[in-house]
Design a protein around this ligand. Structure first.
Ligand SMILES: [Fe+2]
Length: 197
């Protein structure tokens, strides 16, 4: 991928969007969500807590490989239900997110004309349901402004993360357990030291 990000239409069908959001809402109502340090006013899920959200990384892999023209290894997925007042602070991702995709699932806004962009650097991008933005998560700053809709509104977003099989992070492994997450974080610290020197 020559640019730092690209918009990709129809990464997920509307049926798949409906399926994933209803699944996440049901899991959240069962208390299967987890606190989210980056966005405290949201609720989120890591893939290893769910076979379905683990499989979605593999399901989307051929699309992301075609769009980036890279051989990829799936690392993890993550999804977040943003609530009113949430913003996403400006940040870059950890090396496990070398190639990231952010896909819009369902949302509910009281104001039907409301748009809530994901910003890549200073470029706001409104991602329609089922569409995604593929981006180099550890290279480009990304963020969202405050989700300024009233109580009762929400926005559900899916993130899938891969590394380039021929790149500097090729030894990171798919995060299927907490132990794998921890060992990736340790390896990332070492790799970042090497790539920063
Ligand atoms: Fe990020």
């Amino acid at each position: 991928m020559k640019t730092n990000y690209k918009y990709v239409k129809n990464m997920l069908s509307s049926d798949m969007v409906e399926f994933l959001t209803t699944y996440a809402i049901r899991k959240a109502s069962e208390g299967k969500n987890r606190p989210d340090e980056l966005v405290p006013l949201s609720t989120s899920f890591h893939a290893f807590h769910s076979d379905i959200f683990n499989h979605i990384i593999h399901f989307l892999q051929p699309i992301v490989e075609k769009e980036t023209n890279l051989n990829l290894k799936p690392i993890y997925s993550f999804n977040r239900i943003y609530l009113p007042g949430s913003d996403l602070p400006i940040h870059k991702d950890r090396p496990s997110s070398e190639i990231s995709a952010s896909v819009t699932l369902k949302y509910f806004y009281k104001d039907k004309d409301y748009k809530w962009p994901l910003c890549m650097g200073d470029k706001p991008i409104v991602i329609e349901k089922g569409d995604g933005v593929i981006y180099k998560g550890c290279e480009i700053d990304h963020w969202r402004p405050v989700f300024s809709q009233p109580d009762g509104c929400w926005h559900h977003q899916l993130f899938v993360f891969y590394i380039n099989k021929e790149g500097p992070f090729k030894d990171l492994e798919e995060e299927t357990t907490q132990e794998k997450v921890d060992s990736n974080v340790e390896l990332e610290k070492k790799l970042e030291k090497i790539t920063n020197n």
